[in-house]
Every structure is written in C-alpha cells, then in structure tokens.
Design a protein around this ligand. Structure first.
Ligand code: NAD
Length: 248
C-alpha cells in the first residue's frame, strides 16, 4: 500500500549504523529518495551502494549534528519532506561522577543536534511552501528514568517536550513533528549485556518479556512519516513491549 512516502525526499541522521540504517532502508523501500547523513561516510556509502543496487534511491552526505555549519551544509539547496532525527549518544555513568563535559557532549548531540536539524528542515519546508514530517527519535528513557543515564534520560525528555513545542508552532505550515520512543531494541551492540544476568532481569520487567526487534519500528516510523499519520502531530509514540506500563 502506498501511503504517500513514494517520491518524497527523506533525511536520516546518524545513519552510519544501528537503527539509522534500518530507518533509511525502510523509507527507501517505501519509495522515498533517502539521504543518509553521518560523520562516518564510509559506512553510509556502503549502505547507499546496497540500496541503489536493490533499485532504491539513496545518497549520503557528511553530517556532524553538533556543528551548525555541518547542519547548514546538509540543507544548502535541499528540502526534505521527511526528516528522521536519529543521531544520538548514550553517555552512561553515575550522576555523582559525571563531568560537565560528559553532560555537554550528550546534550550537544541529542538535544541541540536534534533542534538544529529540525529547525533547518522546517525553515527549508516553509520557504518551499510545503509541509513535511519531522520524527525525533527519543526513547522510553525520555518518559521514565533509569540508573546511570542522567544526561541521556534528560536529553530525551527534553526532546519529547521540544517535539510538542515545534508541533504547536509549525502546524500552520503543514509540518508535523512527532517523537518516536523506542524501548529496548535488540542490536549487536547490546547483545552481550542482554545475555548477562542483569540484562535477563531487565527483560523480565518488560510486560512482553522480550526485547524489541528493529523491524518492529518499521510500521511506527512509516505511520509518522506518511500520509497515514496526516492528523498526528505533537505525539509521543512508545514502541516498547509495554515497558512503560510495567507494574510498580
Ligand atoms: P547507534 O549508536 O548504533 O547509532 C547512533 C548513530 O548516531 C550512530 O550512527 C552515530 O555515529 C550517530 N551519531 C552520533 N553522534 C553524531 C553526531 N554528532 N553527528 C551525526 N551522527 C552522530 O545507536 P542506535 O541504537 O541505533 O540509536 C539510534 C537512536 O535511537 C538514538 O537516538 C538512540 O538514543 C535511540 N534509541 C535507541 C534504542 C535502542 O534500543 N537501540 C532505544 C531507544 C532510543
């Protein structure tokens, strides 16, 4: 079914690995012309080659979301109908031991970076006189807390609120802004942790008693990106196997 993603231009930040590659692939498979933006261009070039070889339309650009100049360069002469603000870092560590630099690094990437990308995307759309969809990748840690992730959980909560404020201001331009909040998704990077006793204990606290799979974000992403979600803006969509409603 074509929900109107076909032929649209899409930007995915932090698309050199992990969920970003999945998001870019899903949008490309749905017919969007996807630009993968990341600091490590060797990785994005490999994904782009794979997507184009499969008959999809993809290209890549260098992007460091902590740099205003770098963000500016991505939007120079370009307008994206769909923007997935995916770049993010975790910065784990206990609050008492955290340095101001640790705090700044997480905020600069997750919060300030998402702000810069969303704002430039919206300016371009407004100038072009067309609407679009901005999807900010937050986390269930933006809605509840966990230990040893102070800056991360704070940045993601701020992204949820930022999403609502942007949605409110930009609805008049036809620009929708929503936050996608994944729960714990199984990736090669966290496989060791979730195999450990602590990881297994965490999984037992998820009502569905399992981790999410990357492909379980496909539908939620397409809903927010496409005309199927044309009346959804300012929303926070958790995809977490019920983790947020775990029993107190
Ligand atoms: P990941 O580390 O594999 O991917 C993050 C990507 O962001 C990487 O490609 C990295 O290079 C990029 N990045 C970091 N700093 C950047 C910068 N300054 N400029 C441009 N790109 C930068 O992690 P992931 O699991 O794929 O996470 C993707 C997003 O999903 C993040 O925002 C993360 O917080 C969020 N998230 C992930 C999970 C999960 O379980 N994997 C759960 C909730 C939320």
């Amino acid at each position: 079914m074509d929900f109107g993603v076909h032929g649209k231009t899409a930007l995915v930040t932090g698309a050199s690995g992990g969920l970003g590659v999945r998001f870019a692939t899903v949008l490309a498979e749905a017919g969007a012309r996807v630009t993968l933006a990341a600091r490590r261009t060797a990785e994005t070039e490999a994904v782009v080659a794979r997507l184009n070889a499969a008959g999809h339309q993809a290209d890549c650009l260098p992007l460091d979301v902590t740099s205003e100049e770098s963000v500016e360069a991505v939007f120079a002469g370009r307008t994206f109908d769909i923007v997935v603000n995916n770049a993010g870092i975790t910065g784990a560590g206990m609050a008492l031991e955290m340095t101001a630099e640790d705090w700044d690094r997480v905020m600069a990437t997750n919060l300030r970076g998402s702000f810069l990308v969303a704002q430039r995307a919206a300016r371009a759309l407004k100038a072009a006189g067309r609407g679009g969809s901005v999807i900010n990748i937050a986390s269930i840690l933006g809605l509840r807390v966990g230990g040893a992730v102070l800056a991360y959980t704070t940045s993601k909560a701020a992204i949820v609120q930022m999403t609502k404020a942007m949605a409110l201001e930009w609805a008049r331009y036809g620009i929708r802004v929503n936050a996608l909040c994944p729960g714990y998704i199984e990736t090669p990077l966290n496989a060791d942790f979730f195999a450990s006793d602590a990881g297994q204990a965490l999984i037992r606290r998820i009502p569905q008693r399992r981790l999410g799979r990357e492909e379980e974000l496909d539908g939620p992403l397409l809903l927010l990106a496409s005309d199927a979600g044309s009346y959804i803006t300012g929303a926070t969509l958790a995809v977490d196997g019920g983790h947020l409603v775990s029993s107190l």
